[in-house]
Each structure stands twice: as C-alpha cells, then as structure tokens.
Write a protein that binds this ligand. Structure first.
Ligand code: TYM
Length: 331
C-alpha cells in the first residue's frame, strides 16, 4: 500500500554534501516510487542561523535544482518550499503550545548549535526549531520520515507531541516513524572521521559537496585521514576513516562491504582511495551538470515549487482545520 512520506532539508549551504545524500536524499528518491511523497526545502528553519538574504534566495533555488538533479521527480513527488505553505507556521505554534520547556531543552541539536555561539546569543527560533519540524511532519500525516541518524531525537519528539495531542484532544495526527538506514545513516568527516560530515564543519576539506568540482572532491578523498595500518577492513573503532570510505564506496557502487574488503586485500590505502575517488566523482558528475543546467532557468524552478506548494497546501490545510476544531477554536 502506498505510504505517505515526508522529509525536509535546510537550504543552508551552496551545496548539499554526501552525508545528506547517503543519509537521507538517496532514500527520498527511492521512496517516491509507489508512495505519496512530500519533500520540503525548509527555508524557515534556515532563518534560525545567520541570515544573508541574497545568499538565502540563491541557496533555496540551488537546493531545488540539486534535489531534482539527484532524482526527485516533481511528477512523482510533491517538491515544495516550506514558507510557501503558511500552515507550517500555524501548526508550528500549536506544537509549541503542546511541548514542554523541559523536553525542548533536552534537544541535543539545540545544545550543540547554541553552544557554538554562546547560549545567550542563540535565537529563540533555534530553540523552537524542533516544534516547527514536528509540524512539518504531522501536517502531512506521514507514515515514514527518511532522515539521517542525527534527526532521530527530533522524530521521537514529534511522536511524543502527536501522541499527547491525540490523547488529550482526540485522534488528529498519524504517529510517524523515522526511516533511518543501518548503513549510511551517519557519514563522517573525511578529516575527522569520528565527527559527522556537516555543513557547519570546521574544515571544508572533510566535506564532499555535490556541487564541487570532480578535482576538488578527488583531492579531498585522497587526503582523507586514515590510520597507521595497511588493511582495508571495516572496523569503526580502530579504522574510522577507512570504514567511512568503505561505507561511501558501497553505498554508491552498490557493492557489499565484504566484497570490497576482498577486492582490496593486499593493496595499499592509496589504491583504495583512488577507487573511492573514482566512484564518487563519476557518480556526482552528471548530477552536478544537471543541477547547473536547471539553475539556468530560474522561472521554471519557481513554477515547479509553486505547483508543489499548491498540492502540499491541500493536505496541510485539512490537518490544520482538524487540529483547530479539536482544540475548540471556532472555525
Ligand atoms: P539537515 O538539513 O541538516 O540535513 C538534511 C538531511 O541530511 C541528513 N544528514 C546526514 N546523514 C548522514 N550523515 C551525515 N553526516 C548527515 N548530515 C546530515 C540529516 O539527518 C537530514 O535527514 N532538522 C532537519 C531538517 C528538517 C526536517 C523536517 C527533516 C526540518 N523539518 C521534517 C525531516 C522532516 C535538518 O536540519 O536536516
């Protein structure tokens, strides 16, 4: 049976990275087949960081181009921008009124991000961010939410808020489940392979960007941190760098990690890194080209996003109406 799928991504950098793709976007593409998928560029969430208007606009459009180039088809799924569907703010407020301060305060993403600039200078929006994310998901009555490991806590909070609302005010929301892979749900920084690959990473050298040149990405892979050994073997504790490269190779080439270990038995890390670089570069080459081509026709991209928003609004407004009614608001 077709399932309702919902996920979102922030337009906070010029390019998505391979962690975004392997942790989430690859599953977005797969799940659009035979399901009813809603994919959202969460621009309102992006306002919780530094705001540079010209850059934000450029990145929202670039996000749309990259998603389509990666395989999200506007015919098979509903691709839209969060700020185009005002219901996200409407249900976001309701979620803020359902959530407790204590549980919001336990969100590790808030703790990590606010610690970086000093907790006092963090925006209120960064604190309420998970409640808006819960609204994103619940508006669409999603069965599954394909995300990387780092979003697990936000999905749990969403489930708690939905359950609380349903219990207190009557059945309103479907309780969603995270769709989190066993392998690839956390891709690590190439330079510091015990930290996740991240847009806010200290060094760009550890992050493989979809829109980066093939030469730049190949160079990053060849200078990835490994270990003092010689054996290409999956061992996250002793060999985090090699294990991360094995995960990346396997996810993109479709080969099994065990088969890759055999293939590179007796060969050095140099050969292995060369092979990983080739797989990554050849995989990304047509995607980058297609994204750049799509970016040449901004009007067409905006049309796609408006059409997506119209479809999203139909579903979202029904959920808001039901939640308002159950809360006792006069419709
Ligand atoms: P964001 O924009 O940071 O990341 C988008 C997706 O990429 C995944 N991801 C990773 N997966 C594996 N390894 C990594 N190194 C890695 N880095 C990022 C993330 O888990 C995510 O799935 N709060 C969300 C955006 C959001 C959302 C939503 C997601 C807003 N509303 C509703 C799902 C449903 C975020 O900041 O993702």
């Amino acid at each position: 049976m077709a399932k309702r799928i919902l996920s979102g991504i922030q337009p906070t950098s010029d390019s998505f990275h391979l962690g975004n793709y392997l942790g989430a976007l690859k599953q977005w593409v797969e799940l659009q087949e035979g399901n009813d998928a809603f994919y959202c560029i969460v621009d309102l969430h992006a306002l919780t960081g530094e705001i540079d208007p010209a850059l934000l606009r450029k990145r929202i459009l670039s996000s749309a181009a990259q998603l389509i180039a990666l395989g999200i088809s506007p015919d098979k799924s509903t691709l839209f921008v969060q700020s185009h569907v005002a219901e996200h703010n409407q249900l976001g407020w309701i979620m803020e009124c359902i959530a407790g301060f204590g549980e919001a305060n336990r969100m590790t993403q808030f703790k990590d991000k606010s610690a970086k600039g000093g907790a006092d200078s963090a925006r209120v929006g960064l604190f309420t961010y998970p409640m808006l994310q819960a609204a994103d998901i619940l508006l669409y009555q999603a069965h599954y939410v394909p995300v990387g490991e780092d979003q697990r806590q936000h999905i749990e909070l969403t489930r708690d808020l939905a359950t609380r609302f349903n219990t207190r005010f009557g059945e309103t929301f479907r309780i969603p489940e995270g769709y989190i892979l066993k392998s690839g749900a956390k891709i690590y920084d190439l330079q510091e392979p015990t930290n996740k690959m991240s847009k806010s990473s200290g060094s760009a050298a550890g992050v493989l960007e979809i829109m980066d040149t093939p030469e730049a990405n190949a160079k990053k892979i060849k200078s990835a941190t490994t270990d003092a050994g010689r054996e290409v073997k999956f061992d996250e504790k002793e060999k985090p760098g090699i294990s991360n490269l094995l995960t990346i190779h396997a996810a993109l080439s479709g080969k099994k990690i065990g088969d890759l270990e055999n293939e590179f038995a007796g060969k050095g890390y140099g050969d292995f890194k060369g092979a990983v670089a080739e797989v990554v570069v050849e995989y990304l080459r047509p995607i980058r080209a297609r994204a750049n081509e799509l970016l040449e026709d901004e009007r067409h991209l905006v049309q796609i996003l408006h059409a997506g928003a119209d479809k999203a609004r139909t579903v979202a407004s029904a959920t808001v109406a039901q939640s308002y009614k159950n809360l006792g608001l006069v419709l």
